[in-house]
Write a protein that binds this ligand. Structure first.
Ligand code: GRF
Length: 215
């Protein structure tokens, strides 16, 4: 089995990165992480990568005059490591159109809601304010619009009585840690692929794992 060479973009804590690192240790996992880049120097995720023996570097967006310059620096680093596939894991920058086009259909992101609902920031507070009873998380291919693109996999998480944005975020995060490795396996193995804006693959691989904590 040839493993896909994966780059991961982060901005902070890197707990989803850790879930991917742990998954890549499984002998039959179809991907290996070869490079981690943070736009924030000193991000905790960089330490996680280093501890796992993965090349990790910071490319500070603040050192660049424009978004284009920053994205070109990202691309140079990624291409230098011959990356096949790119995962955003808590990467808090919007990409330029050129970057999105370069990585089109080889680039996925995780978002802590059941897309297309609740795109953007402060997701959990908005979920609570809206009074929805089920939320979750989504892994999707990256497109130009924020938190848009063909959906690879989703996990549902109940909103519980008394939830705060923090308690809900923690429960969804647990689901993210199961979902992201599952989704990367689907795309890296070729089980799921994207054709235009349509996902192609076996029936409903994207409905598992459903995440059900004790009620
Ligand atoms: C996650 O909830 C992810 O879905 C969102 O930002 C958070 C990043 O957490 N985009 P971590 O850095 O992976 O711990």
């Amino acid at each position: 089995m040839t493993r896909k060479r994966v780059g991961v973009l982060i901005s902070g804590r890197g707990s989803n990165l850790q879930a991917l690192i742990d998954a890549c240790e499984e002998p039959d996992y179809p991907a290996e992480i070869v490079l981690v880049i943070s736009n924030v120097p000193g991000a905790q995720g960089l330490l996680r990568a280093e501890e796992a023996g993965i090349l990790a570097t910071a490319i500070n967006h603040k050192s660049f005059a424009s978004r284009e310059d920053f994205d070109q620096a990202l691309c140079r680093a990624l291409n230098g490591a011959t990356i096949d596939f790119l995962c955003n894991a808590g990467f808090m920058r919007l990409h330029t159109e050129g970057f999105v086009e370069h990585w089109r259909d080889r680039h996925i992101n995780i978002h802590p809601s059941l897309l297309p609902a609740f795109k953007g920031l402060d997701t959990h507070a908005r979920v609570l304010a809206a009074g929805v009873t089920i939320t979750g998380c989504t892994v999707h291919f990256v497109r130009n619009e924020m938190d848009e693109g063909p959906i690879v996999a989703q996990a549902a998480v109940p909103v519980l009585k008394g939830d705060t944005a923090e308690s809900l975020a923690a429960r969804v995060l647990e689901a993210e840690h199961a979902l992201y490795p599952h989704a990367l396996r689907l795309v890296a193995s070729g089980t799921v692929r994207v054709d235009g804006e349509r996902i192609i693959g076996p029936d409903a691989p994207n409905q598992s794992p459903l995440f059900s904590p004790p009620l």
